[in-house]
Design a binder for this molecule. Structure first.
Ligand code: NAD
Ligand code: UDP
Length: 312
């Protein structure tokens, strides 16, 4: 199959491209390199079945493919808030452009949606039937509402034009290929611990997240895409919940770091609790994460350790 991965040079996209190539597919990786990196795909460039396009999905493009994974969008709050209007354009105009390709060439398209569609949830854990609690005018809304509208577009192209769609709601995922300055909590804590700098906990640290290792997530994406005619939306994530304080102490333990912990201001609209109900994914896709937080953190720490010593 010929498969388009938008955002293919990013954290999740680079792992997905690698997985699809291993399976023998032809992969077109499309990226504008806003939060992606050539380093993530350097190894893949040697593969004759891999093609790289520097392109911005807010501009139309003509391509002939059988599947589209639409991952293009910065995922870290500091990146998506850097240019919020651009974040909305990527999610709305970009998604329309990708749906346009899917409609024209009858490709199946998977949209990387997010747990952020639930906002600061009043239902816990979050199941797919919950409609969410999103601030439409806050600093996170360019991402949250952008992703919600992308889901709407997917459903409307499906109902109106019979486009073969799949919506997955991804919960916090971590692992190798995150940027050192990505700004998300796992990479921040690991980089800070390895450098002996303060671990920056925002607020009290009693807010929770549920962290999924990247290999498990990539399996989930591929299984959902390959499930014929399945539209979703479906939650993909690890259902073991941790406070940010617990995460900080685990990173300190696994790195053996003596870094102190400091508390900084909690960003506005930061969700207080987040944990996926994945019973639908277990039932429909026969999928669930296998890697524990401790195992996944060890692999991620090894990755950042190597990266830091290479750049030293
Ligand atoms: P990332 O920032 O590492 O990767 C996103 C990639 O998209 C980058 O390579 C970036 O350069 C590219 N991109 C951004 N805007 C683009 C545009 N307009 N045109 C072309 N390319 C563009 O993020 P990630 O963690 O790999 O996330 C991938 C997708 O999964 C995103 O859509 C994100 O919203 C979604 N997601 C991720 C998580 C997570 O925890 N990692 C959670 C929920 C949803
Ligand atoms: N966070 C933190 N210190 C950091 C980065 C993030 O305490 O250096 C907190 C953040 O406030 C949030 C949680 O960790 O409560 C997860 O943040 P992240 O940006 O990784 O993802 P998201 O908020 O999008 O789930």
């Amino acid at each position: 199959m010929r498969i388009l991965v938008t955002g293919g040079a990013g954290f999740l996209g680079s792992h997905l491209c690698a997985r699809l190539l291993e399976r023998g597919e032809e992969v077109i990786c499309l990226d504008n390199f806003f939060s992606g990196s050539k380093r993530n795909i350097l190894r893949l460039m040697e593969n004759p079945h891999f093609e790289l396009l520097r392109h911005d999905i807010i501009e139309p493009i003509l391509l002939e493919v059988e599947q589209i994974y639409n991952l293009a969008c910065p995922a870290s709050p500091i990146h998506y808030q850097h240019n919020p209007v651009k974040t909305v354009k990527t999610n709305v105009m970009g998604t329309i452009n990708m749906l346009g390709i899917a409609k024209r060439v009858k490709a199946r398209i998977l949209q990387a949606s997010t747990s952020e569609v639930y906002g600061d949830p009043k239902e816990h854990p979050q199941s797919e039937t919950y409609w969410g609690n999103v601030n439409p005018v806050g600093v996170r809304s360019c991402y949250d509402e952008g992703k919600r509208l992308a889901e709407t577009l997917m459903m409307d192209y499906h109902r109106q034009n019979n486009v073969d769609i799949c919506i997955v709601r991804i919960f916090n995922t971590y692992g190798p290929n995150m940027l050192e300055n990505d700004g998300r909590v796992v990479s921040n804590f690991i980089v800070q611990a390895l450098a002996g700098r303060d671990l920056t906990i925002y607020g009290t640290g009693e807010q929770t997240r549920s962290f999924c290792y990247v290999d498990d997530m990539i399996t989930g994406l591929v299984v959902a895409m390959d499930h014929p005619s399945f539209t979703g939306p479906i939650n993909l994530g690890n259902s073991t919940e941790f406070t940010i304080n617990e995460l900080a102490h685990l990173v300190l333990k696994l790195t053996g770091s003596k870094s102190p912990i400091c508390h900084l201001r909690l960003p506005s609209d930061d969700p207080t609790r987040r944990c996926p109900d994945i019973s639908y994914a277990r039932k429909i896709l026969n999928w669930e994460p296998k890697v524990t937080l401790e195992e996944g953190l060890k692999k991620t720490i090894d990755y950042f350790d190597r990266r830091i010593s290479q750049s030293a």
